[in-house]
Each structure stands twice: as C-alpha cells, then as structure tokens.
Write a protein that binds this ligand. Sequence first.
Ligand code: COA
Ligand code: MG
Length: 327
Amino acid sequence: MASSKLLRVVLQTSVRRSYCSPPGQPSAVFRPRRALLFVAGNDEKKIRKVPTLDVDCVVLDCEDAVALSKKDEARTTVRRMLEEVDFGRTECAVRINSVDSGLADDDLSAILQAKKLPSAILLPKVESVEEMQTFAASLNDAVAGIESNPTFDLFALLESAKGLMNLQPILQETVSLSDMSPFRLAALCFGSEDFAADIGASRTSDATELIYARQMVVLAAKAFGLQAFDYVSVDYKDTESLRRQAEEGARFGFTGKSVIHPFQVPIVQQAFSPSPERVVWARGLIQAFQQHQQEGKGSFEYEGKMIYKPGLLQAQNILQIAQSAGL
Ligand code: COA
Ligand code: MG
C-alpha cells in the first residue's frame, strides 16, 4: 500500500475507535454533553431558568426528583415546557421512570405527544436484557402515530450491582434492538447514590467505594463507542470537592457528569473541556505523528515524551471534544 494511503488508514482507524457511535449503528455527529443538569419535571420555574444557564444538556426528570403523587403533573409539565421553552443551545433529554416501575409507558405516551420532542431519553435503573426489550417495544408503540418518524438518543443509567454485572449482554441487545427501534444508544450514565445503597456502601467525598463501578461503566461505554457520564455530586455547595471530582471523572475517561444545581454547571463544563494548551499540544502531536509515519517511524519523541499510536488516539479525542464544544 502506498504510504499516504496507509497513513489515511491509520488515522481513520483511530477516529473510528474514539467514542462516537456504537458498533453497527449509524455514525452520528459527536455532541458535547459535559454537564447534564437534572431538574424535576414538575418544577416549571426551574425549567424556565435553564436557557440562562449555558448548560450542554438538561434532563427533565419524571423519575426520582418527582414525588409519586406528582407523576402526572410532571408528565404534562414536561410536555408543555418542551413546546413553550426555547432552550437555545441546550439539548433536551427526558428521564422517564424505569421499566420496572410500571410508569414508563405512561411517561412515553404523554411526553411524546409534544409538538417539540426531546432529542434524548434517559432510562434509569437498567438491569436486564428483558427490560431493554420492553423499553424498545414501548417506544415503538409511543412513536407509532408520530408523522416525523423521530429517533432519540438513548442514555442508559446504571445504578445497581445487577445492572453492572449484566452490562455486556444488555449493551449487545440494546445495540441490536436499535436496528428496529427509534433510538440510538448514545451514552451510559452512572448513578452513585442508588448504587451505593444497592451494595450497602457508605458514600465518602473521595468516592473510593465507587471506583470499580465507575471504571466498569467507562470501559463498557468505550467498548461500545458510547459517551460516559459520571455521578452527581450531591454536596452541591462544596464547589472545591466538585472540581476535584469532576477533574477525576475526566481523567477516568468519562465525557461528562450529571449535575443538580446551576452552581455546578460551569465547574463541570470546564473540567470536561480541554484547556487551550492541551488543544495546541494535540494539534502538534497529530502533525508530528503524520510526519513520523511518512518517515516510517511508529514511535517518536514529542515534547519530552515517547509517543506512539495511543498518543494519537488521545490527541484525536481532545480535538473532537474541543471542536464539538466550539472551543
Ligand atoms: N435547574 C434549574 N434551575 C435551578 C436548579 C436546577 N436543577 N436548581 C436550582 N435552580 C435555580 C433556583 O430556582 C434558583 O433560581 P432563582 O435564583 O431564579 O430563584 C437558583 O437556581 C438558585 O437555587 P437555590 O436557591 O440555591 O436552590 P433551591 O433551593 O431552589 O434548589 C435543589 C436546590 C437541590 C432542590 C435544586 O437544585 C434541585 O431541585 N435540583 C435538581 C434535583 C434533582 O433533579 N434530583 C434528581 C436527579 S439526581
Ligand atoms: Mg437513581
């Protein structure tokens, strides 16, 4: 193979391995979701505040932020807010109730009647292959009458030992269900509070009790070409701990983090954005990589460190995030 063609193959293979779209699914434009701001679906005042918060993604919640007696109110409010509020650059996701709760069908059928639909659905407490099959059937039913043939990005929330232990078959089944259903599996989220309660762990501020589970979520997400969202830091007034936790999540390989309060948005979005110096480093590395490939060198020295193909992947990830976040 001619060397320029070979170089193209090396660069393209690397891009395909970065988190963009799951194997077997159509590739989609990478959408930055550095912070996902949760807001209770029945809290109209807070929802109307979202467009002022410059957040990448809002999650209008019908699940645990909403009391059982307010579920109907949350569905109708979410539907109305989708139609009435101009969220600007902020992507809109809706968290429905879990399949197990028996409330998910009512959530879907009420919310998907909105004239403006959310672009993503967050499904909580994912634990089994059967649940994903039920969810796919429910979503197919809910979109049956919608003329625009919508497709939703799906965020699967893992928050139990069972969900994590079943992760691989769940993801395989979800990817294959998406061929026949109006969703594209886009991300895995980790739910720390339910997870800690499920395994009987005590939550600490350095979150050592969560490390193994968080790394499982990142590994599975990357194996399936998905984004990965780290846990909510519930101690939202402690901004220093939040910064530390968000920077750690970014180092682990998460691509974003769930948040619950406007204070948290800029801190988290900054932690998940590459710095200008890092972007310059990445651009230079890619250029140097191309040059050394042409000279027949697979590894080389760049800014004092040995670089080979994994360095190229890291640099491409950084540029992808920077470009899609408009940095
Ligand atoms: N989304 C949008 N706006 C929010 C918000 C959110 N999640 N949380 C707070 N705000 C707004 C408040 O309405 C207030 O607006 P104002 O200044 O215009 O009156 C401002 O931000 C400051 O809020 P503050 O008074 O500090 O907080 P609060 O007492 O109103 O609310 C919580 C505190 C924790 C109840 C609230 O942040 C919340 O409901 N978060 C989401 C909880 C959730 O979804 N949990 C489940 C998912 S894990
Ligand atoms: Mg939960």
